[in-house]
Design a protein around this ligand. Structure first.
Ligand SMILES: Cc1ncc(COP(=O)(O)O)c(C=O)c1O
Length: 407
């Protein structure tokens, strides 16, 4: 018996592979600050559970494959706020943004087809594209340039006859980069000239800081037929376990074919859709306090990181992640050493080494991703622990090289 090459080619999630080390650290009595998973600590708005509690149905039946009409209407109203008018059949409700991504990529990719993705990227894109038989073609971005990627020449160099789409996260995970309108138009023109889809993963849409308004690809009219927006309640409403996402597009052919995949899995969770409709109907000012809290956290992390000699980062304009290049050769080795050997007053810290966010072999080895999902005091302490661990690690390396020198 043999499993498929597709599945063998998929790497395990880098976010979860350190589990056994964190468990061992906890067993050793260390208190760990977790900066590794994008699970916000914000309370899920009460309307979610209230709507489910008030639901009077006696049978939790299957719903329509495209999603419940109530949720679709709530999503359409939310999008109208941003000047985007989607008809009912241009909205598909999915089991999380993850399923929306999988379905869209499956609809677009034949074996060997290429999707351009700025790297570092959300690691699950690797799994989705591989599983569809496609190939990720990375557009490499650099810490020193704030990970920006709307570079026409760089994009041109990557296009081949097999290129089908650009897959972008805006605001970015793991970089926090937010595209400007000008950058989006540049990318849109490039997609039009090369006849590509734009898959715009906008699950962090409401997390844009410094009083800047977020604009999305859905607002650019002349690429409407090639744009697919991926949306989700997970981060926006701190409802990661609700497993409700959305794919939106004005491309009728794509939407009709997405529906076939949706029909094959019958429907998204019925009760979660009831709760999600209430979330999408929250007034826009719901986000003010959440956004202000994450902005404070971002500022606190940046302030603490600036105390680390040799750390390279730029203040991210959006999402709740920051990439940092540390003065180490191998961030994974540093993390494993830290989990096993380091604590300060019984406390230690967990972050994500960033190598797996890159498709290009060898890149990102010195980088880490921090998810600033803890309260400000804990975040400051967690970042301080990274700084203290780095000093201790340097001391260990210096001792080792002295021993080699004298031995
Ligand atoms: C960029 C990005 N897209 C999609 C997802 C998937 O979210 P969901 O929980 O909606 O499946 C995540 C989750 O972390 C993400 O970071």
């Amino acid at each position: 018996m043999r499993l498929s090459k597709k599945i063998r080619g998929i790497k395990p999630s880098p976010i979860r592979k350190f589990f056994k080390y964190t468990e061992a650290a906890k067993r050793a009595g260390k208190k760990l600050y977790f900066l590794n998973i994008g699970q916000p600590d914000v309370k899920t708005p009460a309307v979610f559970m209230e709507a489910i509690r008030n639901d009077l149905r006696e049978i939790v039946e299957y719903g329509p494959s495209a999603g419940s009409p109530e949720l679709i209407e709530a999503v359409r109203d939310y999008y109208r706020r941003y000047g985007m008018d989607f008809s009912q059949d241009e909205v598909l409700i999915t089991c999380g943004g993850s399923e929306a991504l999988r379905f869209v990529i499956d609809c677009i990719c034949d074996d060997g087809d290429e999707i351009i993705v700025p790297e570092p990227f959300y690691t699950n894109y690797g799994a989705f594209v591989r599983a569809s038989g496609g190939v990720i073609v990375p557009l490499t971005t650099r810490a020193e340039e704030g990970y920006r990627y709307a570079d026409r020449d760089a994009l041109e160099r990557l296009v081949t006859p097999r290129t089908k789409a650009l897959l972008l996260t805006n605001p970015g995970n793991p970089t926090g980069v937010v595209l400007t309108r000008d950058e989006m138009e540049r990318i849109g023109a490039f997609a039009r000239e090369n006849d590509l889809f734009i898959i715009s993963d906008e699950v962090y849409r409401e997390f844009v800081y410094d009083n800047k308004a977020m604009s999305g690809f859905g607002q650019i009219a002349d690429i409407a037929d090639r744009t697919v927006i991926i949306d989700s309640v997970s981060k926006r409403f701190s409802a990661c376990g609700a497993r409700i996402g959305v794919a939106l597009s004005k491309n009728k052919d794509l939407m009709e074919n997405l529906l076939k995949l949706a029909q094959s899995r019958l429907c998204a969770p019925t009760l979660d859709q009831v709760g999600a409709a209430a979330l999408y109907r929250l007034p826009p000012d719901y986000f003010d306090a959440v956004r202000a809290e994450f902005e404070r956290r971002r500022n606190a992390v940046c302030e603490e990181l600036s105390k680390i000699d040799g750390a390279v980062f730029t203040k991210p304009p959006g999402a709740f992640y920051i990439m940092v290049k540390l003065p180490v050769d191998d961030a994974e080795e540093f993390l494993l050493w830290l989990l096993e050997n380091f604590d300060d007053e019984g406390e230690s810290v967990m972050f994500t080494p960033a190598e797996d966010f890159y498709a290009t072999e060898g890149l990102g080895r010195s980088e880490i991703r921090i998810a600033y999902v803890l309260n400000e005091r804990d975040l400051r302490r967690a970042t301080e622990l990274i700084r203290l661990a780095l000093s201790a690690w340097r001391g260990t390396l210096a001792d080792a090289s002295r021993r080699v020198g004298t031995g």
